[in-house]
Write a protein that binds this ligand. Structure first.
Ligand SMILES: [Zn+2]
Ligand SMILES: [Zn+2]
Length: 737
């Protein structure tokens, strides 16, 4: 192999371009010929040292040869990222208009980003022959610490540093003495990942006709094909996954499953392990770096047959990819909302196409994007319309708040239903997607509300900590006693989960009530404990936010009360009705999955709103189809593509001026097929002390929009105004705020 002339590398920096380096000067541990794309090297970058990944080799550079700097050292002898992985990274960087070095950083586990070895090096202490011959009891009189360490080693011969730290804290102080006497030696081993032995797989239930039909439809087209598995909650989507996963494992290939949230992994992990007899490799942000690296590396080497992870797991290298599953494909959490704003679902589809493997999108409430692809014939639409087993679908009912008064946010019919449900031994979930005690404080004298000093937003009351907190910037302060304007008294306005908990505890003092929201489960382990009490039925009334509406399975749950659905009815977001219907159907799906038919009460002050008519007559599908028609008429996604350019600065003028520049750069490049809206202030103009503005680009022509963004991004990077602002490009944004 000839020596690469120039290494073109990605550096973790907010710049779109690659950087050219000469290979490291001779004498390096690793031969220059081995420096293939996908290998990491250390390079001088500005005044610092950086870990970089080789993306390509080049014969020439735009930088004159005498000004090219040599890399400092090679890290890997063989690429850590393969050709397919680099393809995905380049694709994601181009599509989302994001600096490639930051995309690489998102794709690599932290230790690899920091230049550490792929296989963690483990240090052991090993006893020598001389050391084994020492009489420990005699040594103990002179040197008790040394003796104590040697005693352990005479028993086990070799032991890890970390293990010794546990057994003999302080052993490191006498290490040198024993080394000098040649009684012990240090050995370093690089540990390749090993997976738990395969266990026996438990048998599952027999598939019903719909499940079998779905399995057959997916089996019948090997290779790339996107299938929407559209199954009502409780219809047994997981059984379909499991059957197909067994096929893939039997063919000695790997399955990648993406889920929107960490909270959904524990239940799924144990189910997969027991049913497949394979321990899945798990990748999410709550794991330690070492554990994550081990899982990543097991996927890369092919040892892990099943890889389960959240968003960023879409980048995990796979030795023998066989199937990609995206569970809860409609969920917004699959789209990263800051930094590198990518959709794990959309990248999973692109990756499946490139690898020529099937992709399954599972959900009870498909996104409109996915539904439209089915209508176009691009995806196959597989339905599981009934619940598996004998469970009947839950019964939905509206509670009209204009005729039924409510105290503390809960109407009389809801209270009656909860009492009746408790008497009958059922469990209740009270759903309110608003944590805290009350959304804000209001002055009884002048009507002033408690606002955040740094955001255009109200402060939420948190009574248990006697604080006002801003849910947008995290600021907090003590609850104001009196109004500074008029001296009037403040009182809480509206309801949050904390206030609801207080009210329900007052109403039902003899029953176990638990609140599960991000305030109560902040501590490690509390979420699992709360969930397990809810699952066993120990908790009779559960109060929860969005967190509880997803995927969790409560066998005893027979009643769901939705406290306030009206926020979603009048949302300014064009996705408002889609999101509201999804969240209602998901939360309703928690009810009555095993024993009895579930009941769902939805409180609304607008019972005649057309949304309810659609939901009650035709369920989610009717709401979705009517929303699709509306979007088709107005040419919003999925009938057009969006890109949002955001800018924020300490002065509103700077943010707006930057976007004006963008506007001027766009005009000559726009062949008339891109609609530009703005610049305008963001719906929340000030957040965490920064002023925010945005420019929305819309086009029915995806390629035209992509081409324009490609040029625009480089121009903006080089624009002097860009130094005064923080800016970003969000392709296919899910939030327009
Ligand atoms: Zn006042
Ligand atoms: Zn704030």
């Amino acid at each position: 192999m000839t020596q690469p002339a120039i290494l073109r590398v990605a550096v973790n920096a907010p710049l779109s371009r690659l950087f050219d380096y000469l290979p490291p000067a001779g004498g390096d541990r690793i031969a220059t010929e081995a420096l293939l794309p996908g290998c990491r090297i250390t390079v001088p970058f500005g005044r610092q040292k950086q870990t970089a990944v080789i993306i390509a080799h080049a014969d020439r550079s735009d930088v004159p040869r005498d000004r090219l700097r040599p890399a400092l050292a090679a890290i890997d002898e063989a690429p850590v990222l393969g050709e397919q992985d680099l393809w995905l990274i380049r694709f994601a960087s181009n599509y989302y208009q994001h600096p490639i070095g930051e995309v690489v950083a998102a794709a690599l586990p932290a230790p690899l980003r920091q230049g550490k070895a792929l296989h963690p090096v483990i240090q052991n202490i090993r006893i020598t022959e001389d050391g084994s011959a020492v009489n420990v009891e005699q040594l103990r009189k002179r040197a008790p610490k040394q003796a104590s360490l040697l005693a352990v080693l005479q028993d086990v011969t070799s032991i890890r540093f970390e293990k010794l730290d546990e057994l003999r804290p302080g052993w490191r102080t006498v290490r040198k003495n024993l080394l000098d006497k040649c009684w012990i030696e240090v050995e370093e081993v690089s540990e390749a990942p090993s997976m738990a032995e395969a266990a026996d797989a438990q048998a599952g239930p027999t598939l019903n006709t719909d499940q079998l039909a779905a399995v057959e439809a997916i089996r019948s087209s090997p290779g790339f094909q996107v299938s929407l598995l559209d199954g009502v909650t409780g219809s047994g989507k997981t059984e379909v996954y499991l059957t197909l996963m067994k096929d893939v494992i039997a063919a000695r290939k790997q399955v990648l499953i993406l889920v929107p949230e960490i909270g959904l992994t524990p239940q799924l992990v144990s189910r997969l392990a027991s049913r497949l007899g394979e321990e899945p490799a798990v990748l999410h942000s709550a794991l330690t770096d070492t554990v994550r690296l081990a899982a990543w590396s097991a996927a890369r080497s092919g040892t892990a047959k099943v890889i389960l992870g959240t968003r960023s797991a879409v980048f995990v290298p796979l030795k023998n990819p066989g199937l990609i599953i995206v569970d809860e494909e409609h969920d917004n959490s699959l789209k990263q909302q800051e930094g590198f704003r990518y959709s794990a679902r959309d990248l999973a589809i692109a990756r499946g196409k490139h690898l020529d493997v099937p992709v399954i999108l599972g959900t009870a409430t498909p996104s409109l994007e996915t539904l439209q692809r089915c209508k176009d014939g691009a995806y196959q639409h597989l339905r599981l319309p009934t619940r598996a087993g004998a469970a009947a679908p839950p019964l939905l009912r509206l509670v009209d708040l204009t005729i039924h008064p409510s105290a503390d946010g809960i109407s009389d019919p809801a209270i009656t239903a909860i009492s009746k449900n408790l008497q009958e031994g059922g469990q209740t979930l009270v759903f309110l997607n608003r944590r805290g005690f009350a959304p804000t404080l209001i002055c009884g004298g002048c009507g002033r509300m408690a606002e955040c000093d740094r955001c255009d937003a109200r402060m939420t009351v948190h009574a248990s900590s006697n604080e006002l907190r801003c849910h947008h910037c995290g600021a907090s302060r003590r609850i104001d006693d009196d109004c500074i304007e008029c001296g009037g008294n403040f009182r809480p306005l509206g309801h949050g989960t904390e206030r609801l908990e207080q009210a329900l505890k007052g109403r039902f003092p003899d029953h176990s009530i638990a609140r599960i929201d991000s305030d109560t489960v902040r501590l490690k382990g509390t979420m699992n404990r709360a969930l397990s009490m809810a699952t066993t039925g120990e908790t009779r009334i559960l109060i929860g936010t969005q967190m509880l509406s997803k995927g969790h399975h409560f066998p005893d749950l027979t009643l769901v009360v939705v406290i306030n659905a009206d926020q979603g009815l009048f949302s300014t977001d064009f996705r408002g009705s889609e999101k509201l219907a999804q969240s209602l159907v998901q939360v309703a799906g928690r009810a009555g999955r095993v024993k009895r038919q579930g009941q769902v009460l939805i409180q609304t002050g607008y019972p005649t709103h057309p949304f309810w008519g659609e939901l009650f007559s035709g369920g989610y599908e009717k709401v979705a189809l009517s929303a699709l028609e509306e979007r088709s008429n107005t040419a919003w996604p999925p009938f057009s593509r969006l890109a949002l350019i955001r800018a924020s600065a300490h002065k509103l003028e700077d943010a707006k001026a930057f976007l004006e520049t963008a506007l001027q750069l766009i005009a000559p490049a726009n062949a008339g097929n891109i609609r530009v809206l703005g610049p305008v202030s963001a719906p929340m103009e000030r957040r965490a002390g920064r002023y925010r503005a945005q420019l929305l680009l819309q086009s029915v022509n995806r390629q035209a929009l992509q081409r324009l963004l490609q040029t625009l991004r480089v121009q903006l990077e080089n624009d002097r105004g860009s130094r005064k602002v923080r800016w970003s490009i969000d392709v296919d944004p899910v939030e327009l705020f």
